[in-house]
Design a protein around this ligand. Structure first.
Ligand SMILES: [Zn+2]
Length: 375
């Protein structure tokens, strides 16, 4: 914690303006208390972490979710606090909100609206994330979750990243653009992870961009849409991934005819090494399937073929039957993914698997569908 109550019932902020020796002196003269539970706090002014307050070891304070705070969390809070204060925003550090029994890292006021900034340095379980988010929303406060940049995100350009289930909670959406805002305290830099294209399980291709803290604004900047040339590169990487996926997939198919993918390829009389380019394409919500999209997209063609349907004659309302038929669990997100795939096939005028479409046609439709309109 960076804020405590003094004996005189004044809030004391541990901003970066206090030199260490002054704090050592203060520690001997003053007592500090938790604004929430009123217990006495320890002022820790050592060499490793920045000066901060901590509860006694066996405290049962509600605010303890932030105890054992990492050095990065303390420092990040302080850096963000100073930066937003310098932008002339009303910025309050660690305000205790009694009606919510929550204590966001920062509370900002901008154009009469309140924003709670949470700088998340440790994993947060889904129930407490949802509880805190809905708490803020009920109080008319917009939560902004900023993730501490994991090492694997520190790069620029198109990267293959793995985003675990905890971190997918922090994916934000603005004007149909989905992205993740992360902040690295060491380099005082934001890393934006955007244009996420799901690959397999937790893996995605993403565009990673850096933004120094000094250039950050409020409301927080949102990433620009990617250019056609960058999207070209992204799709090229995707196609490569698709190839790498297909070959070992077939060679290692141990389930033989019981392997749904293998069976569909066979029934559709396709050649593994020469699959149509519209099988295995990125569409919205593919992350809802754990598997690489080519698996269910081939399955979808198999379903249509089996029922003598084509993308043109296939009815959206029949999509749930596809799930039943292929023994896949049906969820809203998955259904939306199949609907989107069907819409793309129709834009491409695909009537049958033998259809010849060019890379350029596919590129244009995917750019419109995934970037221009967004997911
Ligand atoms: Zn407390």
């Amino acid at each position: 914690m960076l804020v405590a109550m003094t004996e005189q019932q004044q809030l004391f902020h541990l901003t970066s303006k206090y030199p260490l020796d002054e704090l050592q002196k203060l520690k001997k003269q003053q007592s500090f208390f938790c604004p929430q539970c009123k217990e006495q706090l320890l002022l820790k002014a050592g060499q490793i972490k920045i000066p901060h307050f901590a509860h006694q070891k066996n405290s049962e304070c509600d605010s303890l979710f932030s105890e054992g705070e990492s050095a990065a969390h303390l420092l990040g809070k302080q850096q963000l606090f100073h930066h937003f204060s310098n932008l002339q925003l009303r910025t309050v550090l660690e305000p205790y909100l009694p009606q919510l029994q929550q204590r966001p890292d920062l509370l900002l006021t901008f154009k009469n609206r309140q924003y709670a900034v949470e700088f998340q340095c440790s994993p947060i379980a889904k129930p407490s994330f949802q509880q805190r988010t809905s708490g803020y929303l009920h109080a008319n406060i917009t939560p902004i979750w900023i993730l501490h940049t994991p090492d694997k995100f520190k790069g620029t350009g198109i990267l293959k990243v793995s985003i675990n289930h905890t971190n997918t909670q922090f994916i934000q959406q603005y004007k149909k653009q989905k992205f993740l805002i992360t902040y690295d305290v060491k380099s005082k830099t934001f890393y934006y992870i955007s244009n996420l294209i799901h690959l397999h399980k937790l893996q995605y291709f993403a565009v990673v961009k850096k933004l120094p803290l000094s250039q950050q604004r409020f409301p927080l900047l949102v990433p620009e849409k990617i250019s056609k040339s960058q999207f070209h590169l992204l799709l090229k990487n995707y196609r490569k991934y698709r190839e790498y996926y297909i070959h070992p997939r077939l060679l290692l198919s141990k389930k033989g005819v019981n392997d749904q993918f293998f069976r569909s390829i066979y029934e559709l009389r396709l050649t593994m090494t020469d699959l149509p380019i519209f099988l295995g394409i990125p569409v919205c919500n593919t992350h809802a399937f754990n598997q690489f999209c080519i698996e269910w997209q081939v399955g979808f063609f198999h379903f249509m073929d089996y029922h003598a349907l084509t993308p043109k004659t296939m009815n959206e309302r029949a999509i749930p039957y596809f799930f039943k038929w292929s023994k896949l669990e049906l969820t809203d997100e998955r259904k939306a993914a199949v609907e989107h795939y069907l819409a793309i096939l129709r834009h491409l005028n695909i009537e049958q698997l033998g259809e010849n479409i060019t890379e350029e046609q596919l590129f244009n439709v995917l750019y419109d569908e995934l970037v221009a309109f967004g997911c």
